[in-house]
Design a protein around this ligand. Structure first.
Ligand SMILES: [Fe+2]
Length: 485
């Protein structure tokens, strides 16, 4: 492996840090590398694997003002480019406006999501919560040849080259109010669909960017009050947005307290919005909260939506978990009991039907990207460690036969979100690979690990060494070679 250190930010965290999400698999990384001719430590990189795997991670540079939540950390993007059976790697901090301001000040300026905005030292900032730093550490997608990083609380979209990670800064097309994480690229049209949410009316807006990065649609989606949507879905004709009964309590919000409250007395509401704007159809369903959608598609005049139903969106902290008990419950998929679920919205009758697809706790899905908005058969999901926001396994669902395959990573090895990378010119929906980065706490190293998408239970077909151990984080994506600049 040829490795060059190309950048480094000073670690200003406490030397005796005991925060569970700044240590172990979440230990932040501060060095930026260019690495070529990566060493293959097991198996072989499939010669046909051609594209880039991008991973966003959480790397707080400054100590927190008050309490730290893992989603406050500064974004660092990792890119691995595969071609002709070889691999190159780059990693870079997302050079956000907020990070630059804190580096210039030599101190943190904004309080994170579980602190009061009044503790922020700056009156301005980003986020639906307001007075936050836009860390751009949540999500990454590739649209119109550029990687876009986004922040779940809404902020800018930072643009960079998906392979070299050369940075182009904040995208000029982002409307006032910012963009949420989880914009969606429709592979059929090359459009980018996105939304934002705010504490002021209309509380949510929806937009479409065409394949040339021109804003073609921008429409308010009025809600009864401030809400906390996280993800969206689409079909060829419709975009699906949501209003779940988990939101900042209005009477507390009036006092400047941003504490999500679960309201199981209220229904879940789904907005079916025409792709390029128009009258919104609302559907009601069982109360829940959903972090991530698997996919949506049209079945005649019915919109079908798959995602992860939370059986218990909010859990009381467990005193046995110590001072971080609340935080641990907040980030534990097993406490939320996130289960794959299908909603069907009948556009003729206005009725919703829904069913559980499996009773196991999984989340962070991937499908064959060309199936986005079309009927899908296979879903690859992450399994999580109990009590932790850490992925310790892969689950492959065949929705046609009901069969499952599972793979469990070795003890102390945690994976990243693991997208499906289709074989170029392949025809079967599961013809391709699953790509992930691992953080191996016991051996203090990271690897890129590749599975046959049709046989994840058979274990990795290749393991590729990375130059340094990476932090854990939230989202990742696969960009096929044809989508790269
Ligand atoms: Fe997310």
């Amino acid at each position: 492996m040829q490795v060059r250190e190309v950048g480094r930010l000073p670690n200003q965290l406490p030397a005796d840090d005991d925060h569970p999400y700044r240590t172990g698999a979440w230990r932040p990384q501060f060095v930026e590398y260019d690495a070529d001719e990566l060493d293959v430590v097991e198996g072989a990189i499939p010669p046909a694997l051609d594209g880039v795997y991008l991973r966003n991670t959480e790397n707080p540079v400054m100590p927190a003002i008050g309490r730290y939540h893992p989603f406050d950390g500064d974004g660092m993007i990792h890119s691995i480019r595969f071609a002709n059976g070889r691999a190159s790697y780059r990693n870079r901090f997302v050079r956000t406006t907020g990070l630059a301001a804190e580096l210039a000040a030599g101190a943190p300026l904004w309080a994170g999501i579980i602190e009061s905005p009044e503790k922020s030292l700056r009156p301005d900032g980003w986020g639906a919560r307001t007075r936050m730093k836009d860390a751009s550490s949540t999500d990454v997608v590739v649209h119109a040849g550029r990687a876009l990083t986004t922040f779940y609380q809404c902020g800018d979209a930072y643009e960079m080259d998906p392979t070299t990670l050369a940075q182009h800064g904040a995208a000029p097309w982002v409307p006032a109010g910012g963009i949420s994480a989880h914009p969606k690229v429709d592979p059929a049209t090359g459009e980018l669909l996105f939304f934002n949410y705010t504490t002021t009316a209309p509380f949510m807006s929806y937009g479409v960017l065409d394949r040339d990065r021109q804003l073609t649609t921008w429409q308010p989606i009025p809600l009864p009050g401030p809400r906390l949507p996280h993800d969206m879905a689409f079909t060829p004709r419709f975009t699906i947005l949501n209003d779940f009964p988990l939101f900042w309590a209005p009477e507390q919000l009036a006092k400047g307290i941003y504490r999500p409250r679960w309201r199981p007395d209220l229904p879940s509401r789904f907005a079916i919005v025409p792709r390029h704007g128009g009258d919104v159809r609302w559907f009601e369903a069982e109360p829940t909260y959903v972090l991530h959608w698997i996919n949506a598609f049209e079945d005649g005049n019915t919109v079908v939506l798959d995602g992860y139903f939370q059986e218990q969106p909010v859990s009381p902290p467990d005193p046995a978990d110590g001072p971080y008990g609340g935080l641990r419950k907040m980030t534990d998929l097993h406490a939320m009991r996130t289960k794959p679920h299908r909603w069907r919205f009948d556009l003729t009758t206005g009725k919703t039907t829904e069913e559980r697809l499996d009773d196991a706790v999984t989340e962070f899905p991937s499908i064959h990207h060309a199936r986005g908005g079309q009927r899908h058969r296979y879903v690859w999901s992450m399994a999580a460690s109990v009590g932790w926001f850490l992925f310790d396994g892969l689950v492959r669902y065949d929705l046609e036969t009901g069969q499952q395959q599972r793979y469990k990573f070795p003890d102390g090895v945690y994976a990243s979100e693991s997208p499906m990378a289709p074989r170029p010119n392949g025809t079967a929906e599961d013809d391709g690979w699953i790509v992930t980065f691992t953080t191996d706490v016991r051996n203090d190293r990271s690897e890129c690990v590749i599975f046959d998408a049709a046989h994840v239970d058979a274990g990795p077909i290749a393991r590729v060494a990375l130059p340094a151990r990476i932090s854990s984080g939230t989202h990742a994506c696969w960009a096929p070679a044809g989508t790269l600049p």
